[in-house]
Structures are given as C-alpha cells and as structure tokens.
Design a protein around this ligand. Sequence first.
Ligand code: MTE
Length: 317
Amino acid sequence: MLIKRTKTHEPRPSEITPESIYRQRRNIMGAAALAGLGAVGGLPWRPALARVAFDSGKLGKSALSTDEAPTDLDDITHYNNFYELGTRKSDPARHADELITDPWSISVSGHCEKPGKLTLEDFLKGQDFEERIYRLRCVEGWSMVIPWVGFPLSKALARFQPTSRAKYVAFESLLDPEHLHGQRRKILDWPYREGLRMDEAMHPLTILAVGLYGKVLPNQNGAPIRLVVPWKYGFKSIKSIVAIRFIEQQPPTTWNQQAPDEYGFYSNVNPEVPHPRWSQRRERRIGEFRKRKTLKFNGYAEEVASLYRGMDLKKYF
Ligand code: MTE
C-alpha cells in the first residue's frame, strides 16, 4: 500500500530478483525438499520451509484454483505488505518474530445467535483444508499467484449463526504495539480493519487461509489466520485476524479511512477505474518482466460480477 508521500508504486528494480536467480532458487529448493529440510539451514527462506504442517498428499486442490504457475515461495514470503512489521517490502520477513501467534484466539460477536471465542485449535479442528491457487493483485500495480491452504470463510461464519440483521462482516487484526514495532508509529489508525458485505463474505471464493505452499502461514503472510478475497485488491485480505463482527452498517476500513479518495470500500480489481495517481490497466506479475493486462475482478468476473449487478462501479470503487 502507498502512503501519499511515496512517488512510485512500482517495485524498485532492486526488489525484483532476476529470472536466472529465481530459477537457481527453485532448483535449490527442489533439491532441499528431496534431501530433507536440513539442507536449507541458514538460507533466508528457511523459516517458511521449516513450518511443515499439512500433509500435501492429503491436501485436495480446489477446482476454483487457477492453473497459472505459482510465484516463487521466496518472493511470496519476502515481498510483503504488513505495516505492523514495517513499511518496506522486505520488513515483514525481517521482523516476522515480532508477531506472537501462540496462544491465539478470534472473538466472534455482533448479530449472530452464537457469539463466542475461538481458539486457533478449535478453528483448525475438523476443517477440510484444500489448496486454493489464487491470483493476488495489489493496488500498487503488482501481482502474484499464491497456493494458499485454507477453507471457505462461509463455513467458519455459519457456526455462529448470523441473524438477518448481519449485513456486513467486520474484521480486525492483532493490536500489540509492545511487540509490533509498526504499531508504535502512527502510520495507520491501528488495529488494521477490513470489512465485506455479507454476500461477499459468504461467496465460495472467499477463504480463510492458514497456510501456503503446503505449510502453515509464515508470520509475514498473516499467521496464523488471514482472509483471502481474490477478486479484490490485496489490502482487503486482512492478516492475523483476532476479531470478527457481524454488523448492520458498512464498517470503517483502514485504507478507506486513511485516504477515502484513493481506496474504496469495495476495491474490486477494475482496470476501468484508475487509482487517482496511477492507472490500474496493467500489472507486473512478480517474477516476470513484461507487464500484463489487469483483468476485471482479477479474472474472477464469471464468479463474482453478479454480486455487483446494477451498481455503478466507478462510484462504488
Ligand atoms: N493486513 C494487515 N493486518 N496489515 C497490512 O498492512 N496489508 C494488506 C493485506 N493485509 C496488510 C494486511 C496489503 S496492502 C496487501 S497487498 C496484502 O495484505 C499482502 O499480502 P501478502 O504479503 O501475503 O502478499
């Protein structure tokens, strides 16, 4: 995400690894996987690889997955937006240890029959995890393809029996300025907040992710549990969730509050609606050199366009 004073929205050349190095890394990682994880000790991507959690043999791949090639693990885990851990793309990986994920619980409240508190263990028990390979398009103009491990948000929400007064779902990230150095600065109005309309939240594409590349989420990607809404700009996919509320009115959201002219509540990926300071027509897929066209709803129009029928998407951007 960009705070106004920043001039460029492009990844700096120094932040993009040349293709030859990518290939080299892939080979090393493949070899490391074959030889056992010990082989990668000391290399920067070790934390992600070391967090073995899901039996890849049992992880089904969702039919909703894209068949595009996933982005390199090293880029997914070292090119992040997670302002609680710093504002540079490399900061979240560097400061990942500041995020304390154990113990963890999520409070669920508001308009529902069964409000409650969930520990992560409760959440993980009995879930049918699958691999969901989704495109992620950041509002800044770059994109990735990420093999998440997750389950539909609708399943988690149904447990709490939302009532007919629940029109929106509001989410909140962890507030822990003692450990998260980013929260000791007034960069954003902490904690990070996001929201969805109820039908968006219940849509089968919307998931809670607990892992990526077959292993539990690295802290920098929003451990232990985060939202993923693949047809919206990446900032809607809130990380490290501690609270979920069913509410009647559209909730305030972090980037919309920060700069309402630039970041709307809906934030559907839309090449026809430019950001006030740059076009959204094209994007750079991390790991590629030529820009590609941005697709409406990030390529998920067939699945989600009906949610917005009759809405003026220039007004409700
Ligand atoms: N969630 C929290 N709590 N804090 C953040 O700063 N950044 C958002 C989103 N979720 C952010 C967040 C933005 S701008 C993007 S693009 C995605 O996380 C990036 O997710 P990734 O780092 O896993 O690619």
